[in-house]
Each structure stands twice: as structure tokens, then as C-alpha cells.
Design a protein around this ligand. Structure first.
Ligand SMILES: Cc1cc2nc3c(=O)[nH]c(=O)nc-3n(C[C@H](O)[C@H](O)[C@H](O)COP(=O)(O)OP(=O)(O)OC[C@H]3O[C@@H](n4cnc5c(N)ncnc54)[C@H](O)[C@@H]3O)c2cc1C
Length: 437
């Protein structure tokens, strides 16, 4: 690390998520595992916890295990931007699945966004949930026009709750000249992801679920005559009638079929030092989440107390150390906000999001094992919503059905879980962003 680079680090810098300061990691007893349960859930993020609330409240004895401490994966370390994000647009989905399915798939995204607000209110989860909206900036004039065309041709225009903001009015949204206007999605929201995770965990425990961390699942073996599964773990063996795989971007050799279909992609974030409410609020006056039209994504927002900027993105071709990613994110931040060039960084962290080849999540069953995976970087609403639906499917409830259930979950030749193509893709997309295509 050279001296200029090291200047960006505050004296109290830590290489861990900003959120863990407000919500310390849960310390649960490392109990022995029960020999038999109705449902075993592997993975303790939003997907696994939301599925387990359903099965436990539905009367099934449920055990959640995680290889690390509870909530260690993306669900306690994300950017806290809540959206409807089904990534592909209507045209692309229609081409792949026909226009009816395309519309239904997009609707699941809007449903997930509406559902999470209701869920947080009904469960009384204190997590700074606020419907702040999102400003999606256009990085070239051409991209601004494209955003307009996409909005006008969208089959569910009003459901989107979106409007264009021209460059001349952009200062009400963001204090930068970097963008050429943008699109505001009024219904998008923000929250504190670790507080949200803790709130769900509290409901899971209250529902009677056993939750055990530092307990990697090592193998899943089907029992004879379809009577269930025997799961070997780092803390003993359990038999379960149903198994739910909720391992997100950390899906590994335990489930080779799913591993061949989930692409782990590192996403990196920094938190700035305390800027003071006035200075921070000037940057993003409406307190919106911000993304932009570049292919190599950046996403940023103010902290819930509106004192810091949390700035995330992808800043290297290959996965890297969070002390290396921090100065690069700082550089990107100061391209947008030159006024922050002397601002120091107090936190830098990363996690692996689970991507899929079709850019949509997939849920269902393979060889009798349930799974819900691949939210492509937008899992706060989608993991919670599809985790809930999957739990309902395990109970055999028809409200668990979703429009994504029957979508083919594809892999690619020569892909076995290590994305060897990622560096080339990031490099190529970076070039397209640079020349404004
Ligand atoms: C830096 C970053 C920023 C993000 N920002 C946003 C955002 O702003 N908005 C948004 O909507 N989404 C965001 N996401 C994505 C979102 O956080 C995820 O999509 C979501 O949390 C996935 O939840 P999950 O429960 O499926 O997986 P995770 O929360 O990742 O949980 C999976 C768990 O499975 C465990 N596991 C894996 N293998 C095993 C095994 N064999 N045995 C036991 N346990 C195992 C892991 O230890 C892990 O804890 C971001 C992600 C990252 C990393």
C-alpha cells in the first residue's frame, strides 16, 4: 500500500461491515444437534431464516445451520438498498419465456418489494426501513435517452412508480455533475441489513426454530423409499424429512448441481468517516439509494443516521483484499463527488453475491432437495420473499407458488462453480462503460 493510498484510511479503520457496529454478531449456544427434525435449513441468511419461520409456524420442527456464525453471509453485510430488482427487462424476458411469463416474473419483483414493507411492519422489525426511492443516474446522454425509452415502453409503467429527472433538475437528487439525468424509482427503500437480519432471527427463535452456527453441512444422502435425508455436519449427523439449501453466493461442493448454476461474484463496500448531517445530506438531499447505468455497477447511499456515505461496487478484475478495494472505491467515489477527496474511510468489507446465467433467481426442488438461490445482487427483498414462498412450498401450501418456479435453471459447459470468465467479462464491460456504449 503506497503512502497516498494509505492516507484514505481513518485511524479507527476496520476491515469489517459498518453494520456490525450497531448490530453485534449474534452469539447463540452451540447446542448438540437433534438427531431428527422435520426440516433442516442450510444457510442462515434471509432465505434460510424466512423459510424456517414458515415451516416452524406451520408446525414442523425446524433446524437452521450455518458453516459460520449466524447471518455471516451477504445478509448482514449488504448495501441495504431494497428494490424490486428482477434484472432482465421485459424485452429480454419475453424473448426467453414469452410475454405472459415475462410479465408474471416482473410482477414477482414488484410483489417482493411491496411484501417486504408489509412484512417488516407486521413483524415489528426495527431496522430503519424507509421508502426513500432510488435515483438511477445515466452516465451518458445516450443512456438518459435509453432510460426514457425503456420507461415509456414498459408494459407495467405505472406499477414501476418511476419518473425521469433531466440533468437540469438533477441537483435536487444528487450533488454531482457526473450524471446526464436519471430515473427515480419512488417505491424503492433502504434499511439497515444487519438489524433486519437480527429482527428475523428473533422471530425465528420465537417460533421455536433451533439455530446452530459453526456447523457446516458436509454431505446430504437420500434415505431409502423417499423417507427423507441424512445430513452429515461438522457437529454430528441429522435426519430430516425436508432439506432446504439457502447457501446463496457461498454455494459449494455440498450441492454440486446447484454449485454449477450459481456464480459467486465479490461485491465490495466502504463507509466514510462521519461527515456530519449537513454535509452528508447535501450529497444526496432526498436520501435516495443511488445506482447508475454503467455495466460495472456502483451503488451508494447515506447511512441511516445520514452522517456517512456507504459506497459499493466492483473495483477489480479478480477478487481482492478489502484493504486493496477501499482506495479504489474511494477513487470512484471522488470521481462522482470530488468534494470528498480528503474524506477518510472507516470500514471496508465485501461478500459474495450469487448470480445466475439467466440473471433471475431460481427456486424449486432438485432430487428432492429444496433450494432458493441467485438473487443477482438484489436479495434483500427477493431472498426474504422467495425464502418465505419456499417455506410455504415445503408445507405444501399453494400460496408458496411463484412465477419463477418452472424457469429452467441452466448451467454452461465447463462451469463447475469457479467463474473463470469473470475477469474477462468485468474488463470488457469496463471498456464499454469507458467509451459510453
Ligand atoms: C457487499 C454486498 C452488497 C449488497 N448490496 C445489496 C443491496 O444493496 N440490496 C440488495 O437487495 N442486495 C444486496 N446484496 C445481496 C444480498 O445481500 C443477498 O442477495 C442476500 O443477502 C442473499 O441472502 P441468502 O440468505 O440467500 O444468502 P447469504 O445471506 O449469503 O447466506 C448464505 C449462508 O450460507 C452459509 N453456507 C454456505 N455453505 C454452507 C454449508 N455447506 N453449510 C452450512 N452453511 C453454509 C454461509 O455461511 C452463509 O452464511 C449485496 C451483497 C453484498 C455481498
Amino acid at each position: 500500500m503506497d503512502s497516498i493510498r494509505s492516507n484514505i484510511f481513518a485511524s479507527d479503520f476496520v476491515a469489517r461491515p459498518y453494520w456490525w457496529g450497531g448490530t453485534p454478531r449474534p452469539h447463540l449456544a452451540l447446542d448438540d444437534l437433534p438427531p431428527k427434525v422435520d426440516v433442516l435449513v442450510i444457510g442462515s441468511g434471509y432465505t434460510g431464516l424466512c423459510a424456517s419461520v414458515q415451516t416452524a409456524r406451520g408446525g414442523r420442527s425446524t433446524l437452521v445451520i450455518d458453516a459460520e456464525e449466524i447471518g455471516w453471509g451477504c445478509s448482514s453485510r449488504n448495501g441495504g438498498q431494497v428494490s424490486s430488482s428482477i434484472k432482465p427487462d421485459f424485452a429480454r424476458l419475453s424473448k426467453q419465456h414469452g410475454s405472459d411469463t415475462a410479465r408474471q416474473v416482473l410482477k414477482e419483483g414488484y410483489r417482493a418489494l411491496a411484501w417486504i414493507g408489509d412484512f417488516i411492519r407486521e413483524e415489528g422489525i426495527a431496522c430503519d426501513f424507509r421508502v426513500t426511492g432510488r435515483f438511477h443516474g445515466a452516465h451518458t446522454p445516450r443512456h438518459y435517452e435509453k432510460l426514457g425509452r425503456r420507461l415509456n415502453s414498459h408494459p407495467d409503467g405505472p406499477a414501476l412508480g418511476a419518473h425521469l429527472v433531466p440533468r437540469s433538475e438533477q441537483s435536487s437528487e444528487i450533488s454531482t455533475d457526473f450524471y446526464h439525468g436519471g430515473l427515480v424509482f419512488q417505491k424503492h427503500a433502504s434499511l439497515d441489513p444487519a438489524a433486519y437480519h437480527q429482527g428475523i432471527l428473533d422471530r425465528v427463535l420465537a417460533a421455536g426454530v433451533r439455530v446452530v452456527g459453526y456447523c457446516p453441512a458436509l454431505s446430504i444422502e437420500a434415505l431409502p423409499r423417499g423417507t427423507g435425508f441424512r445430513i452429515r455436519t461438522g457437529r454430528g449427523t441429522v435426519e430430516a424429512r425436508d432439506v432446504v439449501v439457502a447457501t446463496g453466493g457461498y454455494t459449494g461442493p455440498l450441492t454440486p448441481w446447484q454449485q454449477r448454476r450459481v456464480i459467486p461474484i465479490g461485491s465490495y463496500i466502504i463507509a466514510t468517516e462521519d461527515l456530519g448531517i449537513e454535509r452528508a445530506s447535501c450529497l444526496i438531499p432526498m436520501d435516495r439509494n443511488i445506482t447508475d447505468s454503467r455495466r460495472v455497477v456502483v451503488y451508494y447511499r447515506l447511512s441511516p443516521d445520514r452522517r456517512r456515505l456507504l459506497f459499493g461496487g466492483r473495483v477489480s478484475l479478480t477478487e481482492t483484499d478489502t484493504r486493496v478495494s477501499a482506495p479504489r472505491l474511494h477513487d470512484q467515489m471522488t470521481v462522482i463527488f470530488p468534494q470528498l477527496k480528503d474524506t477518510r474511510v472507516t470500514h471496508s468489507w465485501m461478500g459474495f453475491v450469487g448470480w445466475t446465467f439467466a440473471h433471475v433467481p431460481h427456486l424449486g426442488q432438485h432430487n428432492g432437495v429444496w433450494y432458493s438461490l441467485g438473487y443477482c445482487g438484489s436479495g434483500i427483498s427477493l431472498a426474504s420473499y422467495f425464502g418465505t414462498r419456499l417455506g410455504q412450498q415445503v408445507l405444501g401450501l399453494k400460496e408458496g407458488r411463484t412465477a419463477l418456479d418452472d424457469l429452467p435453471f441452466r448451467t454452461r459447459p465447463f462451469y463447475h462453480g469457479k467463474p473463470w470468465f469473470l475477469s474477462a467479462s468485468v474488463w470488457w464491460y469496463g471498456q464499454l462503460d469507458r467509451i459510453g456504449i
